[in-house]
Write a protein that binds this ligand. Structure first.
Ligand code: PEP
Length: 256
């Protein structure tokens, strides 16, 4: 399986700034066949960056989309409209869940719409600090994984990526803490078991599971060697070109 390095730019960079960043990143990063580099700019930049990007080197992701293909949904962008622009779409990021109140039902529809439109959803799951403190981590992860994938058949499971992002480890969370490799390994193992129980061991093994939460160049190597982790979803550090490029190089090194 490839290693995935995904940068989530969130609500940062103008269209022009995004283009300059991508230009520099394309110059800096070689074509690593076993590392899939993905950047997720704001929706407005997707059109122009899709013309600029070298798809042999890296791919584009949307940060969100709506599950209806078209209709009276003011302000939304559909997966259908993303076709040809983005290969991936982040779905169910904790900022969507907690700021924009997306529930598992909405997220499940988005995962289904992404797959239907041939865009790979990166389904984010993760417990909050209080859920962990109350011993609810396993239940929360189970609800989010089973809920998010409930419209996905066994044969489509290979079109999905899961990202484990404990909310308490995301750098923008107040008093964020670093997740330990053991904490991550335990939840990743649980996600794999949920997939095995819901589908089969064979398809469960093939689903890439990424980790996200305050990843930076100094901890990326340790996180990439956590058993079961197939890549990283990176927020803050992906906005700094030298740091993101470092993480990509670390992924290449760990892989070989
Ligand atoms: C994220 O929000 O998906 C994320 C992982 O952010 P950060 O790397 O800044 O913690």
């Amino acid at each position: 399986m490839k290693t995935y390095i995904v940068g989530n730019w969130k609500l940062n960079f103008s269209v022009g700034e995004a283009s300059i960043y991508l230009h520099k990143l394309l110059k800096r990063v070689p074509n690593y066949r076993d590392v899939e580099v993905v950047v997720a700019p704001g929706a407005l930049a997707l059109q122009s960056l899709s013309l600029q990007i070298d798809r042999h080197k890296m791919k584009l992701a949307a940060q969100n989309a709506y599950y209806r293909d078209y209709g009276a949904y003011t302000g939304e962008v559909s997966f259908n409209q993303l076709r040809g622009l983005a290969d991936y779409c982040i779905v169910g990021h904790s900022e969507r869940r907690y700021i924009f109140r997306e529930d598992d039902k909405m997220i499940q529809k988005k995962v289904e719409a992404a797959v239907r439109n041939k865009i790979t959803p990166i389904l984010c799951v993760g417990e909050t600090e209080s859920e962990r403190a109350f011993g609810e981590t396993a239940d929360v992860i189970r609800d989010q994984v089973v809920g998010g994938l409930s419209e996905i058949s066994e044969e489509d499971l290979d079109k999905v990526i899961i990202a484990y992002e404990p909310v308490w480890a995301i750098s923008s969370t107040k008093s964020a803490k670093l997740a330990s490799p053991d904490e991550i390994a335990e939840v990743v193992k649980l996600i794999r078991k949920i997939l095995t129980d819901t589908y089969s061991a064979k398809v469960a093994e093939a689903v890439p599971i990424l980790f996200g939460g305050s990843v930076n160049p100094s901890n990326a190597g340790a996180y990439l060697t956590v058993p079961g982790v197939n890549g990283l979803l990176i927020g803050g550090s992906s906005l700094i070109l030298s740091e993101f490029a470092d993480i990509i190089e670390t992924a290449k090194r760990v892989k070989s």
